[in-house]
Ligand binder design. Structure first.
Ligand code: ZN
Length: 129
């Protein structure tokens, strides 16, 4: 499937803007402050804020990598092709998620794997507590 250049131009612009936006957000959060307080309630509050911030940074840097990969794929002509099975990613999916690297089927498999990973992580955390 070959996307017409006007369509692709729009996507490229969306991706480029998204990359800049994510880049800026990540830079703003460069130093995740390690605040210290004698008050234990404050400590707990800081710890959960820190954890949330770390999780956001994780998610955003992951997304930024995907956005940059999608931009590279526009350059090399592989945009819109699933990196896993090499079938075409549906235009509807690309309209919603221009940085999607996987077709919906491969994405579902990947999500399932990740979910299982997250569950077993939760399990080990519970066991550790
Ligand atoms: Zn696929």
């Amino acid at each position: 499937m070959k996307l017409v250049s006007a369509e692709l131009g729009g996507v490229q612009e969306i991706l480029a803007r998204k990359a800049i936006e994510l880049d800026r957000e990540l830079r703003n959060r460069d130093g995740i402050a390690i605040e210290k307080s004698a008050d234990q309630m404050d400590e707990i509050q800081y710890a959960s804020e820190r954890e949330l911030a770390i999780r956001n940074v994780d998610r955003e840097s992951h997304l930024l990598r995907q956005v940059k990969a999608a931009l590279r794929r526009i350059d090399d002509g592989s945009f819109g092709t699933c990196v896993e099975c090499e079938s075409a990613i549906s235009p509807r999916r690309l309209a919603a998620l221009p940085w999607a690297l996987l077709c919906i089927r491969c994405q579902e498999i990947a999500d399932r794997d990740r979910l299982e990973g997250a569950e077993s992580l939760g399990e080990s955390l519970r066991n550790a507590a």
